[in-house]
Design a protein around this ligand. Structure first.
Ligand code: FMN
Length: 360
């Protein structure tokens, strides 16, 4: 298999297997509306096989970052419609990563609303807010009724994403945010049917993904997980428990026929990821995480060895709008500038040059 060959993920037809990983960039202002800059940024990257948007909040309390876009208000839907149209006009495909931040936020980020999680356990440390760095609060543990309402909000967000013209939705269940908090035994200490055993901890994620698939069609829905990522205190340090939890999750998702499963794990070709892929039974998008920047060689190897159907590329897609052209022709790359990853206007966002421009 070739990294630059076409591939079909559910109802998504990709021109190549280089996928733009979801990348939070915080350039959507206080109203969370993607504007001209965001439209330009994504349009520039339309030649990637699939764009997965930055994590986008499905209801106001779930906003995790200042300047993060939402998919709640009509203005936000209209902003995303412009993004989708611009990407489609250049022949690209784009799905929205719907992200509920769970306990990884603060009232000075989410407009003074409550911060929620599966259990009333705070993350250690502090996060960026509109008033500087502040300690993470103890979250309110979602009641059964509140978790139903949260599920309904995520479903409604997925419907709005499709209404805005996006090609589908990726449910964010990775990196320590709400859905991942349900999976991890450290952040989920519930005593109801959504806590305790691995099957119980997987339950809420299964319910959310199933409901989203019913609402917009499974062929347009992907799921991102990051087992053993051990980030933001959503710790998963017992391999047997991880296998049982994520195994229960993917076994129950298998009959749905989702577009894809996206796994962030340091060893995409290793036993755990390949077992989950096999049990899931559908397309796998792989990413080896933050430790090292995904390289061309790594992406080529993952596809040629058939360890994945597509590769999610983060930092190099951020720094190279024409990454596919550069990689397919083995041209040099722009280096990502970490200083402008988050919320700094056009600089480090829409001004990375294409190959032609960098040669001038
Ligand atoms: C600036 C930045 C923002 C990110 N935002 C998100 C996000 O919103 N959702 C998500 O699932 N992962 C997010 N990630 C993780 C990336 O999707 C990806 O897994 C990570 O960058 C490792 O891949 P790479 O080595 O190709 O960069 C982010 C990473 C970076 C560097």
């Amino acid at each position: 298999m070739n990294l630059f060959s076409v591939v079909t993920l559910g109802e998504l037809q990709l021109a190549n297997r280089v996928v733009m990983a979801p990348l939070t960039r915080m350039r959507s202002g206080d109203a969370g509306v993607p504007g001209d800059l965001v439209v330009e940024h994504y349009a520039q990257r339309a030649s990637l096989g699939l764009i997965i948007t930055e994590g986008t909040y499905p209801n106001s309390e779930s906003q995790g970052f200042v300047g993060q876009p939402g998919i709640v208000t009509d203005e936000q839907v209209a902003g995303w419609r412009r993004v989708a149209e611009a990407v489609h006009a250049r022949g690209g495909r784009i799905v929205m990563q719907v992200m509920h931040a769970g306990r990884v936020t603060h009232p000075d980020v989410n407009g003074g609303r409550q911060v929620v999680g599966p259990s009333a356990i705070a993350i250690e440390g502090a996060g960026h807010t509109s008033t500087g760095k502040q300690a993470y609060p103890v979250p309110h543990a979602l009641s059964v009724e509140e978790s139903r309402a949260t599920l309904a909000d995520i479903v409604a967000a997925a419907e709005r994403a499709v209404e805005a013209g996006l090609d589908g939705v990726e449910v964010h269940s990775a990196n320590g945010y709400l859905l991942h908090e349900f999976l991890s035994p450290a952040s989920n200490q519930r005593t109801d049917v959504c806590g305790g055993s691995p099957e119980n901890r997987a339950r809420f994620v299964v319910e959310v993904v199933t409901a989203v698939a019913e609402a917009i069609g499974a062929g347009r829905v992907g799921l991102r997980v990051s087992p053993e990522h051990n980030i933001q205190d959503a710790l998963e340090t017992d391999r047997a428990d991880v296998r049982a939890t994520y195994g229960a999750l993917v076994d129950q998702l298998r009959p749905l026929g989702l577009a894809y499963l996206s796994i962030l794990h340091s060893e995409p070709a290793g036993k755990l990821v390949q077992e989950l892929r096999q049990r899931f039974g559908g397309p796998l998008i792989a990413n080896s995480g933050f430790g090292t920047v995904t390289t061309r060689a790594e992406a080529v190897q993952l596809i040629e060895a058939a360890h994945a159907d597509a590769v999610a590329v983060g930092r190099l897609a951020l720094a190279n709008p024409d990454l596919v052209k550069r990689w397919s022709g083995e041209h040099p790359e722009n280096d990502p500038d970490a200083g402008t990853f988050y919320g700094a206007g056009a600089e480090g966002y829409t001004d990375y040059p294409t190959l032609e421009l960098s040669r001038r």
